[in-house]
Design a protein around this ligand. Structure first.
Ligand SMILES: Nc1ncnc2c1ncn2[C@@H]1O[C@H](COP(=O)(O)OP(=O)(O)OP(=O)(O)O)[C@@H](O)[C@H]1O
Length: 230
């Protein structure tokens, strides 16, 4: 096993208008191929933590290291490039471009990274769509896909640059039971092939099926346990 993410003594403050602490000494590691869930009551700081890990919020105390790279104190340019290369994001609302086809949506982060020629990015995008069972819908505009299909396209988009880690904030929060299970199974399958996934979730069944669950309360980690997966 190799460590792909290490968070050490993270403290985060907001001003509303008085200064208050949202995260207190949050420390944990994530191993390659782990499917990790983060749970806790509304307002306990899950999204704030994910925002720090996603490198979007750089105002914190502590240290974050991912893929062997220290990320704390880096420039915005460095972090933007790191995100493109190493991180994939799946949100509750997928933010696909509605007029663009599923294929074009998946290709976009690949074009942005600019590591491969366009033809190759298209081939890779098709491969990702095949992986999540959406190849037949590649040419359809995102606006003409169902909610569950759109979320699967969002996962393919998150995969296009072969990210070190996929981060999800309520990735199934907007889906019905069948689609939730479908998306969950895709994540499980990806993790079994070595993809690392960190998902914030309110769904106890979803969390119970992940390899490990971090439980938060009032900005602190109060539980960090392996799940017995059937
Ligand atoms: N930009 C901000 N300015 C001030 N306070 C904020 C800001 N963003 C979040 N908070 C506060 O920080 C705390 C943690 O919020 P956060 O969104 O991380 O919680 P959460 O556990 O993800 O909640 P939920 O499950 O409802 O999404 C809350 O008290 C919230 O009101």
């Amino acid at each position: 096993m190799s460590t792909v993410l290490s968070a050490r003594n993270l403290n985060k403050y907001f001003y509303d208008p008085e200064k208050f602490r949202v995260l207190t000494d949050v420390s944990f590691e994530v191993q390659k191929g782990e499917f990790l869930s983060i749970v806790g009551k509304s307002g306990c700081g899950k999204s704030t933590l994910l925002y720090l890990l996603s490198t979007m919020d750089t105002e914190y105390e502590g240290q974050i290291e991912m893929a062997g790279t220290k990320l704390t104190g880096r420039s915005q340019d460095f972090l933007a490039h790191f995100r493109n290369e190493h991180l994939g994001f799946v949100f509750q609302f997928h933010f696909l471009l509605p007029e663009f086809s599923a294929l074009q949506n998946v290709m976009l982060p690949g074009l942005k990274l600019g590591k491969y020629p366009e033809k190759e990015i298209e081939e890779r995008a098709m491969e990702k769509l095949r992986l999540i069972g959406m190849a037949d819908y590649a040419r359809k505009p995102a606006s003409k896909l169902s909610g569950g299909q759109q979320q699967r396209v969002a996962i393919a988009r998150a995969l296009i640059n072969d990210p070190t880690i996929i981060m999800g904030d309520e990735p199934t929060g907007n889906l019905d039971k069948a689609n939730t299970e479908n998306v969950f199974d895709i994540f499980r399958d990806l993790a079994s092939k070595g993809q690392t996934i960190i998902a914030v979730t309110h769904d106890p069944d979803f969390a119970a099926g992940t390899n490990r669950t971090i439980e938060m309360s009032d900005g602190q980690i109060i539980g960090n346990h392996e799940n017995k997966i059937q």
